[in-house]
Design a protein around this ligand. Structure first.
Ligand code: MG
Length: 321
C-alpha cells in the first residue's frame, strides 16, 4: 500500500478520465463518454496452486474482474485477458485453464474479446500469471466511500472460504468436502441489489478479507462501523481450518462476495432481493455505519465485549489471488 501511494500515485501524473480516477484507489475507475459512465478495472492473478478445490486461476481471473466492475455498479460488457506461462508449461493445463475462463465468462455473460499470450524462459515465472481487464457500463455508479451513518452493512454470503481453501490445500491439510473456494462472478447478485435501490457503497472483500475492505470503506467515508460478530457468517469448515492455521477468517480473501452498505429503510427489501440470486442465498446484515470513531471498525464480540477489527498487517497469505 505504501508503494502504491509513495511510488505509483506520485509518479503517474495523468490519472483521471471521469468521476473516479486512480487516486480514489477504488475497485475500478470511470471513463465519462457523454452522459454514459464506463468503468475500467484490471488485475493480475498469481494464485498458487493454479488448481484448487472450487476453482482455478482461470475462473479466478474472470470472476475477479467481473466482480470489481460489479461493485462499482457496472454491468460487465467485455474483457481482455493476457496469459504468461513459463516454458514447458503443460498444454493440457493451459487447455483446462482456458476452458475454465470460457465457462466463467459465459456464466457471467461477459465475452472475452481480446487477449495476449507470452512464454517466458523456464524458472522466470512460477507457472502462469493471468491479467484480466474488464470494461462495464454503470447506470448507477457506486463507489466504496459512500457509506452514511445509519446504513446497514450487508455481506452476500459466508466469508473466508477462498483464502482458507488455498492455504489448507497448500499446507496439505485435507480439505473438508464442505470447504472450497467461493470464487464466482457475482454481477447477478449485485444487480438484484441495485434494482431495489438504496445501495450507498460496495466493495468486494478480496485481499485482507472483510477486515481490510471495511477499514478502507470506513476511513474513506470518515465514518465508523460496528459489526456484530455473531451475525457474520463463517462456515464450520472455514472456522476450523482458520483455527488450525492461526488465520482469522475476517482477514482472508473472498472471491465471490460483496459488502454492500445500504440505506436502513431499504435494507430488508434489498436483502430479500439478494437472497433470491444464486450467489446471494446466505446474505445477511452484519453491522451498521455510525458517526462515532471515524475510520474504525469495531466488533461486538460473541461474549459481549468490543474490540477493534484491524486490517491484517503486511501480507500474511501471499499468492492467494
Ligand atoms: Mg476489488
Amino acid at each position: 500500500m505504501e508503494l502504491i501511494s509513495n511510488l505509483f500515485l506520485k509518479e503517474l501524473k495523468l490519472k483521471t478520465a471521469g468521476e473516479v480516477g486512480l487516486d480514489a484507489l477504488d475497485d475500478g475507475a470511470t471513463i465519462s463518454i457523454g452522459d454514459k459512465t464506463l468503468v475500467l478495472t484490471t488485475d493480475s492473478h498469481t494464485v498458487k496452486p493454479l488448481f484448487f478445490p472450487g476453482g482455478d486461476i482461470g475462473r479466478l481471473a474472470v470472476a475477479g474482474t467481473v466482480n470489481d466492475l460489479a461493485v462499482m455498479g457496472a454491468r460487465p460488457l467485455a474483457m481482455s485477458c493476457a496469459i504468461v506461462v513459463e516454458e514447458g508449461f503443460p498444454t493440457e493445463d493451459l487447455r483446462k485453464i482456458t476452458q475454465s475462463i470460457d465457462a466463467t465468462a459465459r456464466e457471467a455473460g461477459t465475452p472475452l474479446i481480446t487477449g495476449d499470450f507470452k512464454v517466458m524462459e523456464r524458472g522466470a515465472l512460477d507457472g502462469a500469471v493471468i491479467t484480466t481487464t474488464g470494461v462495464g457500463l454503470a447506470e448507477t455508479l457506486v463507489t466504496d466511500r459512500g457509506l452514511k451513518p445509519g446504513d446497514k452493512i450487508i455481506i452476500t454470503g459466508d466469508i473466508g472460504a477462498h483464502g482458507m481453501t488455498i492455504l489448507a490445500h497448500r499446507e496439505g491439510i485435507a480439505v473438508d468436502v464442505d470447504l472450497g473456494s467461493d470464487v464466482a462472478p457475482i454481477w447477478e447478485t449485485v444487480e438484484a441489489a441495485l434494482k431495489v435501490g438504496g445501495v450507498t457503497a460496495m466493495k468486494d472483500p478480496t485481499r485482507g478479507g472483510i477486515a481490510a475492505a471495511l477499514n478502507e470503506m470506513a476511513s474513506k467515508a470518515r465514518v465508523g462501523i460496528v459489526l456484530m460478530e455473531a451475525d457474520i457468517p463463517v462456515s464450520e469448515a472455514t472456522r476450523s481450518i482458520g483455527e488450525m492455521l492461526g488465520i482469522d477468517p475476517f482477514q482472508i480473501t473472498n472471491e465471490g462476495k460483496a459488502i454492500i452498505s445500504a440505506d436502513s429503510k431499504k435494507c430488508d427489501e434489498l436483502l430479500a432481493a439478494i437472497r433470491k440470486t444464486k450467489y446471494g442465498k446466505h446474505a445477511c446484515i452484519i453491522g451498521e455505519v455510525v458517526k462515532n470513531h471515524p475510520g474504525d471498525v469495531l466488533l461486538e464480540t460473541v461474549i459481549g465485549g468490543r474490540r477493534l477489527l484491524e486490517s491484517p498487517i503486511g501480507d500474511p497469505a501471499p499468492r492467494i489471488c
